[in-house]
Write a protein that binds this ligand. Structure first.
Ligand code: 4AD
Ligand code: MG
Length: 431
């Protein structure tokens, strides 16, 4: 295992081998100082001509960002940090001058240029931190769900039907049959509700062939899907999600403090998440001067306005909006008994952006079939899904939550592309 800079205090006055990137270099006649760097910190390597003899001249030619291995004794440096007095060294991989500036804070490289050299960009702590936090986000969601007894597994991603809507699917040539990349695990996770895996979750890829050019849309994104059976209604799901979101945000704010400090961020923890119906949202929007047609979905401006309103008035970063119109929802959402114009559905907004959609699902076979027909969903690819509803399907519901969007909002990133290592949008298939 590599010796990392953060562990150097355990090796004081000991002889070690240390490898890292050349961060900077200073040569003063018969002595040279190279600051070596790894992801955890720095080590000053001191090269002396009287120790290294003929090899000393090689130090001059080492380029910044090359990978170098040094051997020597670790000493404490005056003024803090550690130093290694080099007895021997080798240049393991020489670097050419970097195509982008990564260390000069005065030079801001455009994101689109940085992404072309993502590994170099990820040598910067500011970029690396985003992915450390993303990693924690996934860990904490998983931790919460596993502790609640949910089972995690995986469902097919090459499918006969996209799952969410007919359009916006990527076609796959599957041994001369036409298949698609899954738009979501929706149909499979619902089928599991008729099994012993009746509290289910998965992390997985979603693909949507949407030609959107916005700061919140990708064609390939990562999501958390949760489905649970034996619910009374969609409010049961919201109680569950609310507790989960509070848990995850608290956990990040506590356990990732160092990373948050580096980004200069403070996390607002929801206290009592506001829960309003879409009808009530229309009213609030009306007061804010935004008129929406009765029965229409929220547009992105409305999402932003509502997010701002609940932050300013109630200091709440998350909002639940419930009961969307049937006309705007997929066939599998359950409609309200008292007024079937609306569905038992919800969207979750975090700082004014939708991060999740969910609902109680229609579990009565006949009603589900009728709804699928009403929405003109092709029934043939739905065959096995629909069948499942004939043999004892408990009431159930769940949600899908976009991880990239969650991270974007959590860290106040300008663009969702900053939250993924290598993004896919209509223009980018590479790198
Ligand atoms: O809102 P969506 O389309 O809902 C579903 O897929 C349902 N099956 C969920 C359910 O269980 N009823 O997608 C879920 C979430 C969105 O709320 C959003 O966070 C994210 O996925 N999302 C996207 N993220 C990035 N780029 C896109 N193009 C996205 N489309 C949706
Ligand atoms: Mg949605």
């Amino acid at each position: 295992m590599k010796l990392y800079a953060k562990d150097l205090q355990n090796y004081l006055n000991k002889e070690v081998i240390f490898a890292g990137w050349v961060h900077s270099k200073r040569i003063l006649g018969k002595i040279a100082f190279i600051i070596l760097r790894d992801k955890t910190g720095f080590l000053q390597a001191t090269f002396k001509k009287d120790i290294l003899k003929e090899k000393f001249h090689k130090v001059k030619h080492i380029q910044n960002e090359s990978v170098v291995k040094v051997m020597g004794t670790i000493q404490e440096k005056v003024g803090g940090g550690y130093e290694i007095l080099v007895k021997d060294f080798s240049i393991i991989n020489e670097s050419e001058p970097l195509p982008i500036e990564i260390w000069n804070p005065d030079i801001k490289t455009q994101f689109i240029k940085r992404i072309q050299y993502r590994p170099l960009d990820l040598r910067r702590p500011e970029t690396l931190t985003i992915f450390k936090i993303r990693n924690s986000v996934i860990q904490y969601f998983r931790e919460y769900l596993l502790n609640k007894g949910f089972i995690e597994s995986q469902t097919p991603k090459i499918v006969l039907m996209g799952a969410e809507s007919g359009a916006d699917v990527f076609k796959v040539d599957y041994f001369r049959k036409t298949a698609y990349l899954a738009q979501s695990p929706q149909l499979y996770k619902q089928m599991l509700m008729a099994s012993g895996i009746d509290q289910y979750f998965e992390f997985g890829w979603y693909w949507r062939a949407e030609k959107s050019h916005t700061s919140r849309h990708l064609t390939e994104f990562y999501g958390l899907d949760v489905e649970m059976a034996w619910i009374n209604d969609h409010y049961d799901i919201l109680d569950f999600v609310g507790d989960m979101l509070k848990y995850v945000l608290k956990r990040i704010s506590k356990s990732n403090k160092e990373s948050l400090d580096l980004l200069g961020l403070h996390i607002d923890i929801p206290k009592s998440i506001p829960r309003i119906s879409l009808k009530e949202a229309y009213k609030i929007l009306g007061q804010l001067g935004k008129k929406l047609k009765y029965g229409s979905d929220l547009d992105s401006e409305s999402e932003r306005l509502l997010g701002k309103y609940f932050m300013e008035e109630y200091n709440e970063p998350i909002v639940f909006i419930t009961n969307y119109p049937w006309s705007e929802r997929p066939f599998y959402h359950m409609r309200l008994e008292e007024d079937p114009f609306w569905t038992k559905s919800f969207d979750i907004f975090y700082k004014g952006l939708e991060i999740s959609t969910g609902a109680q699902r229609e579990h009565r076979f006949e009603v589900l079939l009728k709804q699928a027909k009403e929405k003109n969903v092709p029934l043939e690819p739905l065959k096995y899904y629909l069948e499942t509803f004939k043999y004892g399907m408990p009431p159930h519901g769940g949600f899908g939550l976009g991880i990239d969007r969650f991270v974007k909002q959590l860290l106040d990133l300008k663009d969702i592309r900053e939250a993924v290592l290598w993004f896919r949008d209509p223009e980018h298939l590479s790198p």
